[in-house]
Design a protein around this ligand. Structure first.
Ligand code: SAM
Length: 265
């Protein structure tokens, strides 16, 4: 994804925000004095939301992108929210004082950008207090976004076979979800829920639909600027034919994601 343009992401992340809020409403119970970490916090909108939940004392949001963190500090600041640059997959960038300090960890649509999920989940586990809880949301291999490249062979020259920077949760683990549970246990978690959830999101306009993809698809950078509208025309047509989206003026998109709710063992 394009993390050099935080303003664009912030203006076009309504889908991620809405999935994040509903996952937290469904799976997380806030408690008095909660100290919360948001891993891969992006431009900070969810940190702001969490900081206003009853009982939450403070929030630490961190992200790999210094541009996103600067934007979050300027636009989503709050007295009980702190932002830092750190790499969730690199234990050396995690502050020593974070270890064992958080009662809750959340991470929304960040894990699909990280190849080494075992190290990352162990890092997040190490930041939790004993008995602390995590809720994370991750794209899965069978999500629509992962199928765009194979579904548009005309654009293969630009898109390649797949985005080399995206690592959705493997489908093989979903068909045998015991495998996901064993994996999460090996990272130090007791799994409370490991669900494939459907979401349906209605964009306000076709432009908003296009901008959502423009921010999220790393491969789009390889399509020359003057061909991008043609690409989006093809994308929209394909999405409608495959019933990924419905509605003419304001498309509604349906997709699936993995949501995990687990407790530090
Ligand atoms: C799709 S955005 C989601 C942002 C935010 N959670 C939201 O829901 O709007 C993915 C975020 O993960 C961040 N990210 C990717 N790899 C990361 C890593 N190794 N450590 C921390 N953040 C990472 C990206 O910089 C980006 O801000």
């Amino acid at each position: 994804m394009d993390t050099t343009n935080p303003q664009h992401y912030s203006q076009n992340n309504a889908l991620q925000h809405s999935v994040g809020v509903s996952a937290l409403q469904q799976y997380m119970t806030w408690e008095e004095g909660d100290v919360v970490m948001d891993a891969g916090s992006g431009t900070g909108e969810l940190c702001n939301y969490i900081s206003q939940q009853p009982g939450v004392a403070s929030v630490v949001g961190f992200d790999l992108s210094p541009d996103f963190i600067s934007y979050a500090r300027m636009n989503n600041s709050s007295p009980n929210v702190l932002y830092h640059v750190a790499d969730a997959s690199d234990p050396s960038t995690v502050k020593p004082e974070w270890r064992g300090s958080f009662s809750k960890v959340v991470s929304i649509f960040a894990l699909q950008w990280i190849k080494d999920k075992a190290t990352t989940l162990k890092v997040l586990n190490s930041c939790l207090k004993p008995g602390g809880e995590i809720v994370f949301v991750c794209d899965v291999e069978k999500s629509k976004a992962s199928e765009i490249t194979p579904a548009l062979p005309k654009w293969k020259t630009y898109l390649g076979d797949a985005d080399p920077n995206v690592f959705p949760w493997p489908s093989s683990d979903l068909t045998n979800d015991r495998r996901s549970i064993l994996f999460l246990e090996s990272c130090g978690f007791e799994v409370i829920a490991c669900d494939i959830s459907n979401y349906q999101y209605s964009f306000d306009s076709r432009d908003q639909f296009r901008e959502y993809f423009r921010g999220g698809q790393t491969e789009l950078h390889s399509i020359p600027e003057h061909k991008q509208e043609e690409f989006f025309d093809d994308l929209e047509k394909m999405a409608a034919e495959r019933h990924w989206v419905t509605g003419e003026g304001a498309p509604t998109m349906q997709d699936v994601y993995l949501v995990v709710h687990a407790r530090k063992m």
